[in-house]
Design a protein around this ligand. Structure first.
Ligand code: SF4
Length: 397
């Protein structure tokens, strides 16, 4: 299967982009995790993977979206973004997740990519603003991969994303990526209304036919002002998603990403392990994208690295989450998230200023952690990669 996948990558993508991906993300990504492990030994917590929401504005209105898309759009300016990236680079980081809102609405996104040819950026996008001009510029940069979100069939997509014609516009963006030989992925937040359509081998075949190189299956998070709890998966469905991912990794020439399980199939939380933290569109340093509280910002002090490593707020969140569950503390214990935010007198980082009320309205529910029902990786490459670069990092011992 791996040979077929490698063949696809060589045939379908620009060799210069494949090299950048292999070196800036693959090799340097591995090195950044090694440096992270060394820092952990010194008790220094600075994540190898930063997720930055560079802008709050978006043209869609998705169910379960926690971003202030209905408020005036705000973004982090280029100087501040460069300061974050340069500081993180000094400590060995090379990979950055770029989120929004919709990142392609940010007026300086390409200036950021062009300023850091030695890094790799994964752009979480709805794909609707990617036309030939944008795709051609992405190809020239060579150091970014669009991860395009698809949430269902035509009908479900419009329903989930609160606008008409969503899927067609997104697929047009995907086709532009293909025409320009980009490395492109498709992400889905798996929920009740799309699991039967998208957690299917036939859907992965369709993605392969559309020139998609990797798929990322998240499980729906019941958060935000329009949390839509009716969309949440049952525990059995979450386990089905895990089983499907493991099986398909051995069958199809497409990479499948998850951020919830290690090589043994044991659950983990990227925030609790410290492998990633999040920066809001307003510069707040948050434990993760859906925990919209902060004590520190990117503008505090002279060193972003020091601000993050010296944060007792982040430290307490990591420790409390790891002590409580291997799953998602927001889903399983929203009350504890609330208590942590209050005890640290953390700021509600949203424009809508309803994050605390939203937490208080949440009912506890299960997440990716199902003790006794672990499904280990079957494919040796995923097993090896997770064993060395994506596991608990001592958080759960
Ligand atoms: S707290 Fe939940 S949403 Fe946040 S990183 Fe952990 S598992 Fe993911």
């Amino acid at each position: 299967m791996m040979m077929r996948f490698a063949g696809r990558m060589l045939r379908e993508t620009d060799p210069r982009l494949l090299w950048k991906f292999g070196y800036n993300f693959g090799y340097k990504g591995m090195r950044s995790v090694q440096k992270f492990k060394q820092r952990l030994k010194k008790g220094e917590h600075f994540p190898p993977f930063l997720f930055i929401s560079i802008i709050s504005g978006c043209q869609l209105r998705c169910q379960g979206c926690w971003v202030d898309v209905a408020s005036p759009s705000k973004h982090i300016d280029l100087d501040a973004l460069n300061r974050i990236v340069n500081d993180a680079k000094k400590h060995g980081n090379s990979f950055f997740g770029i989120l929004g809102g919709e990142p392609f609405l940010h007026p300086q996104l390409f200036d950021l990519l062009e300023a850091h040819p030695d890094c790799y950026f994964q752009i979480f996008t709805n794909g609707q603003l990617i036309d030939d001009k944008v795709a051609a510029r992405l190809r020239r940069c060579g150091n970014a991969s669009p991860l395009i979100s698809i949430e269902g069939t035509e009908v479900v997509s419009d329903e989930r994303r609160g606008r008409p014609e969503v899927l067609n516009k997104t697929l047009a963006g995907l086709q532009a990526c293909r025409r320009h030989k980009l490395i492109v992925g498709v992400a889905t937040s798996v929920c009740k209304t799309n699991i039967d359509d998208l957690v299917q081998e036939s859907w992965l075949h369709r993605l392969i036919d559309m020139g998609v190189h990797y798929a990322w299956f998240h499980t729906y998070r019941v958060v935000g002002p329009d949390a839509s709890p009716e969309l949440a998966l049952t525990p059995e469905q979450v386990i089905d998603v895990r089983r499907f991912i493991v099986r398909m990794r051995n069958r199809l020439p497409i990479a499948i990403v998850d951020a919830y399980w290690d090589d043994k199939g044991e659950a983990l939380c990227p925030m609790a392990t410290g492998v990633s933290h999040h920066i809001s569109p307003y510069g707040d340093i948050e434990p993760c994208p859906i925990i919209q509280f902060a004590r520190e910002t990117i503008h505090d002090g002279d060193s972003f690295f020091d601000t993050v490593t010296q944060s007792s707020f982040l430290d307490d969140f990591r420790k409390t989450a790891a002590k409580t569950t291997r799953g998602c503390i927001v889903l399983e214990r929203p009350d504890l998230v609330r208590d942590l935010a209050v005890s640290h007198e953390a700021r509600d980082t949203t424009q809508r200023q309803t994050a605390l009320a939203e937490l208080e309205s949440l009912q506890a529910r299960s997440s990716q952690h199902h003790p006794g029902q672990e499904i280990p990786e079957e494919n040796w490459m995923y097993r090896f990669a997770k064993k060395h670069w994506f596991f608990g990092f001592g958080a759960y011992t």
